[in-house]
Every structure is written in structure tokens, then in C-alpha cells.
Design a protein around this ligand. Structure first.
Ligand code: BTN
Length: 318
């Protein structure tokens, strides 16, 4: 019902909508309307109320990552059409896995804060309240499990496109870090629930540093945020753009087996192709040259002895 109240207010744009009209349209009492308005104000909506006129939004609710705000007028078919928004949670990926079997594909879990945010390789992910976008997308593609890792590239390419639409040029450090001005701005943690020949669901966890100014000493040299780099962009716009771009690339891959669009973006915006990088795997570190990303999304490298190899996973350090 709260969603319906804010939608009616959003729909009336700059005009006021009276409590009486809301109550008639939505079939609830004026006291109930008033309670919803107060709850929405607590969520951060700046709702103006004027005697004998009613309610209207005093300003665009740019930075609230609620369902009403993001899904409203979102031109996607299913990605981001259902959003579960928390003030605080342990990890959006863990929650997504709890509900993964029960919800429809495209459901997005977003939290303002995570108390147990998870990074790759068992690391933790700092997720302070309002500092970033901490979200997990649940998808349910009808594909063989071996095709799932490519979806991390689809997600990375979608973030590149989303940020580019909003005026920020970023690079991808294969396979799942997004880099701005040589520092990491976003990480992706993909988790899979599958049987041998069937995917139950995939959770794509994305953490984007938006407002963080102080990073812990261990990552200070390597991490950054949009604000730190001088970009003030609404979080809700980024999430919306991500949903739009992800749906395009995802449908291409799942329905038409089109990998080229994603690969094009990953190659054009690669932070590693043509560079000497360290590949870290099983506690071993090897200096290699990155040549390309192949049609399966794997990294092609040239070792010091001239051997060409295909890398399917591992960490790349620039
Ligand atoms: C990495 O670069 O190590 C991946 C970081 C992924 C962080 C995101 S934040 C939202 C989602 N929930 C989590 O617990 N982790 C991912």
C-alpha cells in the first residue's frame, strides 16, 4: 500500500493530490494515508503537505534505493521490477540465497548497510550506511551451469555501460573488478545454486563505492569512490541504468547466445589487455602479458617462456 501511495504522489508530479482523493483512489482511510505519508517521510521522501491542497513531493527522491523509487517507470521487462530494500542486513548475497528458490528472476535485493558484506575469496566487504550501492540480483536462466560464469562479465559490462550513460568512464579488471582512475570502485561476487545440468538460481552481488571518502589503510591505495573522484551521481540512477543495460545483455546471452556485445564492452574497456599483470592463483604469483579475452570470456595470457594460456579464474593484480 505504501508503494501505491508514493506512486500516486509521483504520478501527480508538481500538482498536489488531496488526502481525500488518495483515500478514494486507494480505498483506505485518510488516517491510514497520513500514517503512510509519515512512514515515507521517515524513509527520506520529502513530502510537502499544504492545508486544503494535499500532498506533493518537494524534491525528486534521487537517492532513495527503495522499490517505489527505482522500479517506477523502469523500462525493463523483469530486471529490477521487484526490489527488496533493507536499511541494514548481514549480506544481500546471503539474503538472496535464502529466498532464491522462492522469488522470480530479476528480483533485486538492496541494503543501505551490510554488517557482514562479503567479498571474493572469503574477504569482507566494507558496506557502511548510504556510502554505496550494495545489491544482489537474483536471476534464473535456463542454461547449463558451465555457462554461468560468463554472467559475471555480463554484469561487469552492464556496470560499465550504466556508468558511461551517466558520464563516468570506467575499466574492467578481468573478471570482476571495475576500475576508475586506476583504483577499484566496484566488485562483483557471483554465487551459483545448481544441479549437475540445471541452474536453480544465480546471485550476482555488486558493491559500488559511491560516497566513501575514508578507506581503511589496507585498501587506501587501491580503492576509491565516485565522490572521491569528483562524480556526484544519484545512486538510484545508477541502479536504474544497471537494470536496463543488464537486461539487454542478459537477454542477448540467454536467448540468442550472443556473447559478442558483452565481450566487445569487456575488451574495449579492459584494464588488463595489452598489459603485464600478475596472475595470483593457489598462493602463486606469476608475471604474464594479457593478450585478449576469448569467446568464452576467459583471459588469454602469454607466459614469460612464450607459452600462450587460457585462464578461467584467478586474481589479476595490475
Ligand atoms: C569483491 O570485489 O571482492 C566482490 C565484492 C562484492 C560486494 C557485494 S556488496 C553486495 C553483495 N553482498 C555481499 O555480501 N557482497 C556483494
Amino acid at each position: 500500500m505504501r508503494e501505491k501511495v508514493i506512486r500516486a504522489i509521483l504520478d501527480s508530479g508538481e500538482n498536489f493530490i488531496s488526502g481525500e482523493q488518495l483515500s478514494k483512489e486507494l480505498g483506505i482511510s485518510r488516517t491510514a494515508i497520513w500514517k503512510h505519508i509519515n512512514a515515507l517521510r521517515e524513509e527520506g521522501y520529502n513530502i510537502e503537505s499544504v492545508n486544503k491542497k494535499g500532498y506533493r513531493l518537494a524534491e525528486k527522491p534521487d537517492d532513495i534505493l527503495s522499490s517505489e523509487n527505482i522500479s517506477y517507470n523502469l523500462p525493463t521487462e523483469f530486471i529490477g521490477k521487484k526490489i527488496v530494500h533493507f536499511d541494514t542486513i548481514g549480506s544481500t548475497n546471503d539474503y538472496a540465497k535464502e529466498i532464491g528458490n522462492k522469488v522470480r528472476g530479476g528480483t533485486l535485493i538492496i541494503s543501505e548497510q551490510q554488517t557482514k558484506g562479503k567479498g571474493r575469496l572469503g574477504r569482507s566487504w566494507k558496506s557502511k550506511s548510504g556510502d554505496g550501492i550494495w545489491m544482489s540480483l537474483i536471476i534464473k536462466p535456463k542454461i547449463d551451469p558451465y555457462k554461468a560464469p560468463f554472467l559475471t562479465l555480463v554484469a561487469g559490462a552492464s556496470i560499465v555501460e550504466a556508468l558511461s550513460n551517466l558520464g563516468v568512464d570506467v575499466l574492467i579488471k578481468w573478471p570482476n573488478d571495475i576500475i576508475l582512475n586506476n583504483k577499484k570502485i566496484c566488485g562483483i561476487l557471483t554465487e551459483l545454486s545448481a544441479e549437475m545440468e540445471r541452474v536453480n538460481y544465480i546471485v550476482i552481488g555488486i558493491g559500488i563505492n559511491i560516497k566513501t571518502l575514508d578507506f581503511p589503510n589496507e585498501i587506501k591505495e587501491k580503492a576509491t569512490s565516485l565522490y572521491k573522484e569528483g562524480y556526484k551521481i544519484s545512486r538510484a540512477d545508477i541502479v536504474r541504468q544497471f537494470c536496463i543495460e543488464f537486461e539487454k545483455l542478459y537477454k542477448g546471452y540467454i536467448l540468442d547466445d550472443d556473447k559478442e556485445n558483452t565481450l566487445d564492452i569487456c575488451r574495449k574497456h579492459s584494464a588488463v589487455i595489452g598489459k603485464q599483470v600478475y596472475i595470483v592463483k593457489n598462493n602463486k604469483k606469476e608475471l604474464v602479458k594479457c593478450i585478449d579475452i576469448n569467446e568464452n570470456g576467459n583471459l588469454i595470457i602469454k607466459e614469460n617462456n612464450g607459452d600462450i594460456k587460457e585462464i578461467m579464474s584467478g586474481e589479476v593484480s595490475i
